[in-house]
Design a binder for this molecule. Structure first.
Ligand code: ATP
Length: 216
């Protein structure tokens, strides 16, 4: 279970604090692949950053015993001066990967960067960088994977591979996915959380959630 406890998040602005969440208490249940549904600006990405630990709430906390990934295609943690291989080892070490050699090989194979794996990331195209980030994430055994429009990463061939890797992960882990593509949500998820006007509601039945979301 991932518990949001008394969670408050706001961003300061010239108009005063813009509240995304105010004193939210909410349990994200285990054993589901969950789509997060919400209109532009509802707070989906903010929620993701809080779940991933890359941003803190202003008040309250996230309590969980689950190992949660960073959003799988997010390449902000990749250092441009380091090579793909060096980044991989660094990320592996930070995330407590025990066998770094095996991890490095898995990522190399998945990201298909060829000899560029040993060149600094600043020389990569954006697609190559996302492939490295995706490979680094998917090669770690997390309990929960955060997926933010991840299936649009890379070229057509890599997208298919990414999609298959995520579908395979559903057997051993849970997915929490943000996408405006409802077909994609239907492909990966069995349930949903609707994020609307600062409130979160969990629907174990995805089709029910989709019809409520469409009517909002
Ligand atoms: N770093 C920031 N500084 C100030 N305001 C922010 C920041 N990040 C997000 N916001 C504001 O927080 C609100 C929620 O943004 P968020 O990106 O989480 O929404 P979203 O549901 O992911 O939207 P979209 O579907 O458009 O991607 C928006 O009103 C946005 O303007």
């Amino acid at each position: 279970m991932i518990k949001l406890q008394n969670l408050t998040k706001y961003y300061p602005s010239d108009l005063g604090p813009q509240f995304i969440f105010q004193n939210i208490n909410f349990d994200i249940p285990d054993g589901h692949n969950i789509g997060i549904l919400g209109s532009n600006g509802a707070g989906k990405s903010t929620l993701f950053r809080i779940l991933a630990g890359s941003e803190y709430p202003n008040k309250g906390k996230v309590v969980t015993d689950k190992a949660i990934s960073w959003p799988v295609a997010l390449s902000t943690g990749i250092h441009p001066q380091m090579t793909g291989r060096e980044n991989t080892r660094f990320i592996g070490r930070v995330n407590g990967v025990e066998n770094l050699d095996e991890y490095e090989e898995k990522v190399k194979k998945f990201a298909e960067l060829g000899i560029k794996y040993d060149l600094p990331v600043k020389n990569y195209s954006s697609g190559m960088k996302s492939r490295l980030a995706f490979g680094c994430c998917i090669a770690i055994d997390f309990d929960v994977y955060l997926i933010d429009e991840a299936t649009s990463v890379g070229d057509q061939k890599f997208r298919t591979k990414a999609r298959q890797a995520l579908l395979a992960k559903r057997k051993t882990a849970s997915l929490i996915m943000v996408s405006h593509d409802l077909k994609e949500i239907e492909e990966f998820c069995d349930s949903a959380i609707i994020l609307h006007q600062g409130e979160l509601t969990f629907y174990p039945d995805l089709q029910q959630a989709l019809s409520i979301y469409k009517s909002l």
